[in-house]
Write a protein that binds this ligand. Sequence first.
Ligand code: THU
Length: 160
Amino acid sequence: MRTKELRIFVYEYNTVWDLPEADQQLVMAAREAAKDAYAPYSGFFVGAALRLADGKIVSGNNQENAAFPTGLCAERVALFYAHATYPGLSVQAIAVTASNINGIVDGPVSPCGSCRQALIESEVRYKQPIRIILDGKKKIQVFEDTGNLLPFAFKPESLD
Ligand code: THU
């Protein structure tokens, strides 16, 4: 028997203005995208913005459905749009935010397991770690890659 200890790094900031400028820009794009979310059932409006390898910013938001499981999270809407439209460009960073009736949530917004899995696939496909910025009114968290959010992930090599 062996015991392993994992070290996970998370960098925390009090406000968006304390972030490096490129991260601030991405959070602002995510906040804009959240305004167009289609979330009549949850009232939870999520925005995600990605920075691609050429510096382009692409965004998405959650799209709900009366048949609840049919809906999709903001992160995957943005990610799948980016890979469908710009398959030659890796994703370098993602910012995620969410608002409800009271405005931006205290946060930080934490991506669901399926979105973490989709982010891992993108990292493996493009051999590019994705910087993850999770927005919130009270706290913002930054992770250097998805491994810090989803250790022991199922990856393509798991199929071997
Ligand atoms: N949602 C996202 O878009 N991203 C997340 O990281 C968490 C949850 C959406 C799904 C659903 O439309 C609503 O938020 C409530 O779960």
